[in-house]
Design a protein around this ligand. Structure first.
Ligand SMILES: [Cu+2]
Length: 296
């Protein structure tokens, strides 16, 4: 048992050195030209900037819901103030005895119904657009592992793992302390202006793949293949972060997601060049990360 552990540690160290070198080769060139767009901002409220039609849909729906909720709250507040001021026991020593008011009863049944219809009319189309998976220009398969993501481009024959960068590794990859627990050694690379379909699954427990700025989130369930789609608007080339969003175990907080959205030309160049090196790296670092994460 001890020997087995030692061997696995050795294998892990070798794998780590090997893949770290390859990984910086993947990100070094691309990282430089890209600004960070999809990241949380300290002290901020609201959404990260939306760069896909899906994210815009969600933002518009959110605004509508907030306006409606505010109006309803104000209306109920006004009614309560009116009741408190005008219909208290002091100003009505002789209480009224009626118990029904048909017009009001019909109104308070129909108006909430109407509100629900309006909510449905605006939210269901958004849901349908999210759940209708279009024909893909690029297919990426994201597999959640305890505790990292593995990516595969089935049509390109590329597969590689993506691990969170430690604090002391950030600078080597062109990141600052702000991107700690967001930045990963390798990134998902996607072209802007093209439909990307991500097939999300998991190998051990349920994980969840999300990029808030894209307006996408999907659970990865072992044995199932779920899909999400996005199309990053041209001109929004940059770096986008997400984090595993389904509580998946001890190192759940340490399996972030990094996406590089680049121009189609840069994407093709990546496929032809750096990405080709990754084809042989399938799972090479898995033993190491499982051990590290367990030690956390
Ligand atoms: Cu997870």
């Amino acid at each position: 048992m001890a020997l087995r552990k030692k061997l696995s540690g050795l294998w892990a160290a070798l794998g780590a050195t090997f893949t770290a070198t390859m990984a910086s080769a993947q990100t070094a060139g691309m990282r430089e030209g890209l600004e960070i767009i999809g990241a949380p901002t300290p002290g901020a409220t609201g959404f990260q900037p939306g760069v896909t039609a899906g994210a815009m849909d969600i933002h518009a729906l959110d605004t509508l819901l907030h306006v409606m909720a505010a109006l309803i709250t104000l209306f109920v507040l006004a009614l309560m103030v009116w009741v408190i001021v005008k219909h208290n026991a002091k100003s009505n020593p002789e209480p009224a005895t009626f118990s029904h008011n048909t017009p009001i009863e019909v109104t308070w049944t129909l108006v909430p119904l109407l509100i629900l219809v309006v909510l449905g009319a605006f939210s269901l189309p958004v849901l349908f657009r999210q759940q209708t998976i279009p024909d893909a220009d690029v297919v990426v398969r994201a597999t959640g592992w305890q505790w990292y993501w593995e990516y595969e481009y089935p049509e390109e024959g590329i597969s590689y793992a993506s691990y969170m960068l430690n604090e002391d590794e950030l600078a080597d990859y062109g990141y600052s302390r702000d991107e700690f627990r967001l930045a990963t050694d390798t990134a998902v690379v996607v072209p802007t202006g093209q439909t990307v379909v991500v097939q999300v699954t998991a190998a051990d427990v349920i994980h969840s793949w999300t990029i808030p700025a894209f307006g996408v989130k999907q659970d990865g369930v072992p044995g199932r293949l779920a899909e999400l789609h996005f199309n990053v608007e041209p001109g929004q080339e940059g770096i986008y972060f997400g984090q595993c969003s389904e509580l998946c175990g001890a190192a759940h907080a340490f399996m972030p997601i990094t996406v590089f959205a680049v121009t189609p030309e840069e994407y093709d160049a990546w496929l032809a060049g750096e990405a080709a090196d990754f084809a042989s790296l399938d799972g090479a670092r898995a033993p190491q990360v499982i051990e590290l994460a367990a030690a956390e």
